[in-house]
Write a protein that binds this ligand. Structure first.
Ligand SMILES: Cc1cc2nc3c(=O)[nH]c(=O)nc-3n(C[C@H](O)[C@H](O)[C@H](O)COP(=O)(O)O)c2cc1C
Length: 648
């Protein structure tokens, strides 16, 4: 059969193992870790989704190989802890029973032990061991590992690999990138040893070679070993791509797949995890360069999710395998959809960093566009409704669409009423911001899914009690969204003022110098976009902080972009808008005029409560979701939409 993306669908053999296609699920740490660092009962569900979704291999992470020198809260594998091996076995089963290869990442954080610990005090109590004695920029002292400790760690890598194999894993990944211990030995920035593990390049390579040999000795020939490395470190003093090529060449005889990532967790986080402002596949060149110099297969990673781009990477020989992390949280079914040529149904990752921010915030995972992530045991299976009901969804934004799709998939008769001529709600306005295009696309994808699921969509129809009653609704989901807050500032209705939600309609009339009134998330992102377009932009914010509700992972990169592309005035309150600018009151009570030809008003959203109150009596079973219940983010809208539909 002709496949739309034949190269991505082509199997590949690594060692003695055949992988069903070229799309691998990259390591992503689960969060269900028991007090003794075993795999908790929720963990298999976290990884199973991606195995069932068609990935050729799913890598569980991060198995800390040597707790004695890497005391953190990550998974361990041992025979001493009751149930530990069983937990890993259930996890391997959850992956392999769907035809995917189960792999596990063997890791050691070295001088960054405890990075993931939420308890900062405990983190400080840990001894950090690295290649060399030094004091980290955050003041934490690092102790050089002794040769005896190195020997012990090397042995532990092998023992962990053997236990993983016994548990049913069919591959192991050795993590030698992202600034963790093996990378610290490889890096000229961190390895200042003068024994056989430091100094010359061959010496810096020695620890990695011994680890890989120890793993090989324990898993045997033919058992695939994947080496995860950073193609370049991307910070001053770190190695560049030439160093990456040399490392790959120096280790390739011991491995079956060279997985080329980039950067480091501590000094190049946004190279390792490309943010929404970076092009997709911005790190592919590293893999492509390394591939020219090695004979073993090479994998690439970094903001990949576009089938055509990934197909081209394989077809053009830049890499042999594509790996995805966030894209497969957003849509674990992505590989299956590519294989079936249903790529227009792929829900794309927004690169909003909700997934990564949730762990430090709550100790769990979430994904903005996938309500199941981190909650896999609460509703993963769409159980067909016992009784088919008439469901009416009022509002075709994200929350309403998600509810309508889910209810329809469960077999209900669903009618979705949307007062505008277009679905997607507030996301429609994101189409004008290039780096938020995927948010706009989410509305389109959900619309397509709703139509495929058989939702009866009435555009241009505002939900009224009469319509809902005429539809004989057994269940009503109210998802009518929110309205922009328009502050009572003189001149706000002037022709030079654009409400941020309308920017996509009026972008052609934005000229010259711009003031963005309101430094919340929407204001900051619009300001950055305008700055990138070449406008001279000032954000005027009455609070003393920008985007306080922005998650902790997106925030640093957003602030970097704000610094690069805009000027910011905090503690400034707009008094009136004139044709030539915005008159503001400063923190000290002074009046100043901030020049602007165009003013973008981004003062937030408020729930559309009057519509909710009018609709509520129209059915016996009613649920309010999304912004009309409480102004929130996409994550909340998707989650509430999904679960409201499960409750019917
Ligand atoms: C939620 C999450 C957890 C991650 N956990 C790990 C991990 O435990 N080990 C690791 O090597 N990389 C981890 N990563 C990094 C990913 O494997 C990957 O390198 C990175 O996200 C870039 O790929 P992407 O652009 O496809 O997301 C994690 C990434 C995410 C988003």
């Amino acid at each position: 059969m002709m496949r739309k993306y034949p190269h991505l669908c082509e199997p590949i053999k690594l060692g003695n193992v055949i992988f069903r296609n070229r799309m691998f699920s990259a390591p992503m740490g689960g969060t269900d870790i028991t007090a003794d660092c075993s795999v908790g009962p929720r963990t298999p569900g976290f990884y199973e989704l991606r195995a069932a979704g068609g990935a050729a291999s799913v890598t569980a992470s991060e198995l800390v190989v040597h707790p004695q020198t890497d005391s953190s809260h990550m998974f361990h594998i041992d025979l001493k802890t009751p149930g530990n091996l069983a937990g890993w076995t259930f996890l391997a089963d959850a992956i392999t029973r769907h035809g995917a290869v189960a792999s596990v990442e063997l890791s050691h954080s070295g001088q960054y032990a405890g990075t993931y610990l939420i308890d900062k005090d405990r983190k400080k109590e840990l001894t950090q061991f690295g290649p060399s004695d030094w004091v980290r920029p955050d003041g934490i002292p690092v102790k050089a590992l002794t040769v005896e400790q190195i020997d012990d760690i090397v042995r532990s890598y092998g023992e962990s690999a053997a236990l993983a194999k016994r548990a049913g894993f069919q591959m192991v990944m050795v993590h030698a990138g992202h600034g963790w211990l093996i990378n610290q030995f490889l890096s000229p920035a961190f390895n200042h040893r003068d024994d056989e593990y430091g100094g010359s390049f061959a010496n810096r390579l020695r620890f990695a070679r011994r680890v890989l040999q120890s793993v090989r000795d324990n898993v045997g020939e033919g058992f695939p070993i994947e080496l995860r490395m950073s193609g370049a470190e991307f910070f001053d003093g770190g190695y560049d791509i030439n160093g990456g090529v040399a490392i790959a060449q120096g280790l390739e005889d011991l491995v079956d797949l060279i997985h080329v990532s980039a950067g480091s967790y501590q000094f190049g986080f946004f190279r390792t995890h490309l943010p929404m402002f970076a092009p997709h596949g911005d790190n592919v060149w590293l893999a492509a360069e390394i591939k020219k110099h090695v004979s073993k297969p090479v994998a690439t990673i970094g903001a990949l999710n576009d089938p055509a781009q990934m197909e081209d990477i394989i077809a053009s020989g830049k890499a042999d395998v594509v790996e995805m992390a966030r894209a497969l949280l957003a849509d674990p079914e992505l590989p299956n959809k590519i294989i079936a040529g249903r790529d227009d149904e792929i829900v794309h990752c927004l690169r909003c960093f909700t997934c990564m921010a949730e762990r430090p915030a709550t100790g769990t995972r979430r994904c903005a566009v996938n309500p199941l992530i981190g909650r896999e045991v609460e509703g993963i299976h769409l159980i067909p409704a016992a009784q088919k009901k008439q469901v009416v969804v009022a509002g075709g934004g994200v929350a309403g669409l998600e509810a309508a799709i889910t209810a329809a998939k469960r077999g209900h008769n669903v009618t979705l009423l949307e007062k505008k001529d277009v679905l997607g709600g507030i996301l429609v306005s994101e189409q004008a911001l290039s780096f938020k295009y995927e948010m706009y696309q989410l509305g389109l994808t959900l619309e397509r899914q709703a139509r495929l699921a058989g939702v009866d969509i009435w555009l241009g129809t505002e939900a009224t009690p009469e319509i809902i009653e005429s539809l004989d609704a057994d269940a009503l989901i109210i998802a009518v969204g929110s309205r922009p807050v328009v502050p009572p500032v003189e001149g706000i209705d002037g022709e030079n003022v654009i409400i941020v939600n309308d920017y996509y309609l009026k972008k052609d009339i934005v000229s010259g110098t711009v003031v963005v009134l309101g430094g919340g998330l929407a204001g900051c992102e619009c300001a950055v976009h305008l700055g990138m377009e070449g406008h001279n932009v000032t954000i005027v914010e009455m609070r003393n902080q920008l985007a306080p509700d922005c998650n902790i992972r997106h925030r640093p990169v957003l602030m970097e972009m704000v610094d690069r592309y805009t000027s910011v005035l905090l503690n400034h309150t707009a008094l009136r808008i004139c044709p030539d600018g915005v008159v503001c009151c400063t923190a000290t009570g002074e009046e100043i005029t901030v020049p602007a030809q165009t003013v973008i008003c981004a003062a937030g959203q408020k729930p559309d409560r009057s519509a909710v109150d009018a609709l509520r009596p129209s059915a016996l079973w009613v649920r309010e979701i999304g912004d009309c219940a409480r102004v929130g983010n996409i994550t909340a809208a998707v989650y509430q939409g999904y679960h409201a539909a499960l409750d019917i």
